[in-house]
Design a binder for this molecule. Structure first.
Ligand code: AGP
Length: 616
């Protein structure tokens, strides 16, 4: 995935483009570039390999590039290595069409061959250059206007894209188009902006349009005109972004990830408060905003949770909670597998897609497949107006606010909360949880923010421990039931930012092969928050200890006999065990964070990763 930004108005464009790109660097950071036009002149194109700061230095923070109309891009390489040549913007001959792109053009090779036969030459290995030259081809061959040439290209290409394009013959205008890749347009006092995500333009405007799938727009200083694929003008509502720019800044923390770990109590409290109400019979859950009435819930015979990465781990934890509280059978699938499986979906089933970004390509494809099969869909999504949120039948918005660090923390935590709330309400509607029990569960959930604060307060101890194990080769995480789900997330947090190999295992599965990897001193983290499984997991921990493992135990206050087996223990406050993942994940987030910091790594932008994976 990549980040795109564009602006047109009366102010210098290049400094704004660089500023906007700095907020999108989480989307890609192997190269960057800008193209800026001054009046009717050709655009000045500057590109640089590496982090954005290289481009900033090259352009004197944008001040050496004059003009008030421009587009910019920060890249996460898909086609072609990270290099200046492959960096965007790309252009057709003589700067006729200059553009940036986020997404993947799947049939780019076929189009490239065709364009070569027509006399086109290619400077890069990218699919983007193919898209730009295809627009150029239709524009010139059929002497079409920009909208028609882009529409014709959209029909011809397969894949996903958000495109921002300037045409030589249309100075002072930017044309944009999108399919399955995010894009928003902002307007404010004679300045018009386009970006992949809100933080890029939040400093400049809060008034945004969400451009739909297979739609285009023409941007001028007067605002935006929207078009459908037939080239007809369409109307769009203007939306006001409510969260403030500070929410997308580091606010004194060294890294976004640490800031976002600290934001978890508030994010969780906000998410609970969005649906929890107080009535005569105590607290209850109101899913009115999801438009999910009780008659519909009563008929749900099966739940299919589909997601990727950490959101998938939420699904694994949610499975135990749904099955226990609502007694509805749940299957959990990776979206990348679900979409290519022969699905025998129960017509009375509910497909739940969990996604922070709401743009993950596999999750979006899974949602569409479920909809095509006629099964009801519910999305648990953080980014308002994202594709998954727009297309699902029902949406539960998590209120985590903008999450910038590639490694998710607060979004994961709010997804857990959303799944508990759904499970409680489903259990209540099915007559399994009476009003008193619902009140009790909500009241307990409302204590989670304070309990997370307490866990975070103990972070120095984890920092010390992480420093001791920062040079580990392998780390293993063990658990059963919900503790297995927590282990999966702890392991992902560790490997994605610290680059230490780690694996999560269902504790009982260990002796079917993995135990052979345990060597003298290997760090093994045993997660033991579930009382009925506690002794079994501790036994598995003892098994690895007798093979030389160094044991870290993660359990609730009161389970002090774990110290008989573990070498180091982290305690979390007691809570209803259905909610244990919300507390136990926090020390594991901190552990991954501190190992990465000790190793001197770029915690917020781990190598080879991007925040939202909008390509397959
Ligand atoms: C986890 O830290 C990662 N950022 C990643 O696994 C993420 O959870 C996954 O890519 C799913 O993203 P989504 O929630 O935006 O769909």
């Amino acid at each position: 995935m990549c980040g795109i930004v564009g602006c047109i108005g009366s102010k210098p464009a290049a400094p704004m483009l660089l500023d906007g790109l700095s907020k999108l660097e989480y989307r890609g950071y192997d190269s960057a570039g800008i193209a800026v036009r001054d009046g009717e002149g050709d655009p000045v194109v500057v590109k640089a390999k590496g982090r954005l700061k290289v481009l900033e230095e090259k352009t004197n923070n944008g001040h050496s590039v004059p003009g008030s109309c421009g587009i910019g891009h920060t890249r996460w390489a898909t086609h072609g290595e990270p290099s200046e040549r492959n960096a965007h913007p790309h252009m057709s001959e003589d700067y006729f069409v200059v553009g940036v792109h986020n997404g993947i053009i799947e049939n780019y090779q076929e189009l490239r061959d065709k364009l070569i036969r027509k006399g086109y030459q290619f400077e890069s290995e990218t699919d983007t250059e193919v898209a730009i030259k295809t627009i150029d081809y239709y524009y010139k061959k059929y002497q079409m206007g920009p909208i028609d040439a882009i529409a014709k290209t959209m029909v011809r290409v397969r894949g996903s894209y958000a495109l921002a394009v300037m045409f030589k013959e249309y100075p002072g205008e930017i044309y944009v188009a999108r399919k399955d890749s995010p894009m928003i347009i902002g307007v404010e006092d004679g300045e018009t902006y386009v970006a992949s995500d809100v933080p890029a333009i939040l400093k400049y405007t809060r008034n945004v349009y969400y451009i739909g799938n297979l739609e285009m727009a023409r941007l001028t200083t007067e605002g935006a005109t929207f078009y459908n694929l037939d080239g007809d003008v369409i109307e769009k509502p203007l939306t006001e972004i409510k969260w403030d720019a500070e929410a997308a800044e580091k606010g004194g923390y060294e890294h976004f990830m640490m800031k976002e770990i600290h934001e978890q109590p508030k994010a969780i409290a906000d998410t609970i408060a969005s649906v929890a109400r107080k009535g005569d019979q105590g607290k209850y859950i109101d899913l009115e905003t999801l438009e999910l009435p009780e008659e519909v819930i009563k008929d749900i015979s099966r739940i299919y949770i589909v997601a990727c990465g950490s959101a998938y781990h939420v699904g694994i934890a949610a499975q135990y909670v749904f099955e226990d509280l609502a007694e509805i059978p749940v299957t959990v699938d990776l979206a990348s597998e679900f979409r290519y499986r022969k699905l025998l979906l129960d017509p009375n089933g509910l497909v739940v897609i969990i996604s922070q970004s709401g743009e993950t390509a596999d999750s979006l494809a899974a949602l569409r497949i479920a909809k095509e099969s006629g099964v009801r869909t519910l999305a648990v999504v953080n980014v308002i107006g994202s594709s998954i949120a727009r297309e699902a039948d029902h949406v539960f918005y998590t209120l985590a606010g903008p999450e910038i660090a590639v490694a998710t923390t607060k979004a994961y935590s709010t997804q857990l909360i959303a799944s508990y709330l759904l499970a409680i309400q489903f259990g209540h509607v099915k007559g399994l949880l009476d009003a008193a029990r619902v009140d009790e569960l909500i009241t307990e959930m409302e204590t989670l923010p304070d309990k997370i604060e307490k866990v975070i307060d103990d972070k120095d101890r984890l920092q010390w421990f992480a420093a001791k194990f920062a040079n580990e080769k392998d780390i293993f995480f063990l658990g059963r039931g919900i503790d297995y789900a927590i282990s999966m997330e702890g392991s992902l947090k560790m490997k994605e930012i610290s680059y230490v190999h780690s694996e999560a295992y269902a504790a009982g599965e260990l002796k079917h092969g993995t135990i052979s990897l345990i060597e003298d001193g290997t760090l093994v983290v045993g997660v033991c928050t579930q009382s009925d499984l506690y002794e079994k997991t501790v036994s598995n921990m003892v098994e690895v200890k007798s093979r030389g493992a160094y044991l870290m135990g993660l359990t609730s206050y009161g389970n002090y006999n774990i110290e008989d087996s573990a070498d180091f223990v982290v305690y979390i406050p007691k809570t209803d065990e259905h909610f244990a993942a919300s507390l136990a994940v926090v020390p594991l987030q901190l552990l991954g964070y501190y190992v990465a910091v000790t190793r001197g790594l770029d915690v917020d932008k781990p190598r080879n990763l991007a925040k939202s994976v909008t390509v397959e």
